[in-house]
Ligand binder design. Sequence first.
Ligand SMILES: [Zn+2]
Length: 273
Amino acid sequence: MMLHTLLAAFLVSAHTPIGAPKQVSPKHREAVAFARVNPAKMLKTDPLWVDASREVHADQGRIDQQLRRLAQAELDRYVVRRGSRKGQKLSLTFDDGPHPDFTPKLVKILKDAKIPATFFMIGHMADTYPDMVKLVASNGFEIANHTYSHVTLTKLTNSEADIEYRATNDILKKLTGKTPRYCRPPGGDFDLNVLEAGYASGMSTVLWTDDPGDYNNPGDEILLETETVRLSPGGIVLLHDGSQDTLDTLMKFITSCRRRGFEFVTLDELRKK
Ligand SMILES: [Zn+2]
């Protein structure tokens, strides 16, 4: 019986065509589903969330005081909507990773093409796939904060939003040695409280100018078309670390942009006047 089972498993694997998707573990499946559906449910029992909650509550008085001193105009400085229109610069950003199937391929494409990029990582995904975070960091890409549970921050209390960012910074700092300087709220949903939460953790909130909707796997042509139609200097392009279509079209997109005179730069470089 045992032997039959083993033999059957062997025959199945021996007949798996080359290029077929490999089997993934239930933990992996769960993490991927989590990253893709935005369940708007905080991971409040997760040890990292609990730790960050303690830190935030201990710090609350100091943070509130700091924020009260800021005027709206000052807080506006902490939102990056686009870069300088001077020159022909674009910046690529990849949300929702890291991801063991996609991140290494994405890193390789960007590295080969000498393209800098920013990875807005979900804290929970970073905790599940720490090697992927290290891979991105060791290849010189900027790592940024996309909340711990990938929840809609405008629906949370101030301290919950603080905790979402803080827990993510804690894990990213532990893995890379660096505290992220940029954050992005899931879905781009933000209000003053959300900006303050980013600021309280020392980050600027980065939005985007172009969203080709790559996470829906729209297909090569649509993705390329959408990506290239509206691009303008200083643009911040929102893409995803977790989409096969993004991997398939990225090089074509890069080539097409370069042909039109665009160069790809880091967010820091894009913001320079
Ligand atoms: Zn996201």
